[in-house]
Write a protein that binds this ligand. Sequence first.
Ligand code: AMP
Ligand code: ZN
Length: 112
Amino acid sequence: MSECIFCEIAAGRSPASVEYEDERVVAFQDIYPKAPLHILVIPKKHISSVADLEEADADLVSHMVFVAKKLAEQRHLAGYKLIFNVGKEGGQIIFHLHLHLLGGWEKPAGEI
Ligand code: AMP
Ligand code: ZN
């Protein structure tokens, strides 16, 4: 068994509320939501962090952003936040790349 929880979710071996999946990414609900809608978009391939991205990953990261945008549109979100926490000091707890999609507030969310 992999030690990476998000690799386990991507492989379907750990439970998650999956919102979207294709050959490259999986999107699922965050178990401790920080907004009315909180979805994580992850690559199926293990990459630890934005800090470890390589040039060859550019298409994959762009695909992650596009998937988040489509999920937000499907849910008719007027506005939303897309966040990558990078490194322990940047608030990253899970070291498998993930893009937070946060939204669903009734009033403007304001700044971070
Ligand atoms: P980060 O601080 O950017 O590393 O965010 C990690 C996020 O993963 C947090 O918002 C957690 O609530 C979320 N999380 C941790 N374990 C799981 C899990 N098994 N399923 C869904 N979300 C998770
Ligand atoms: Zn992983």
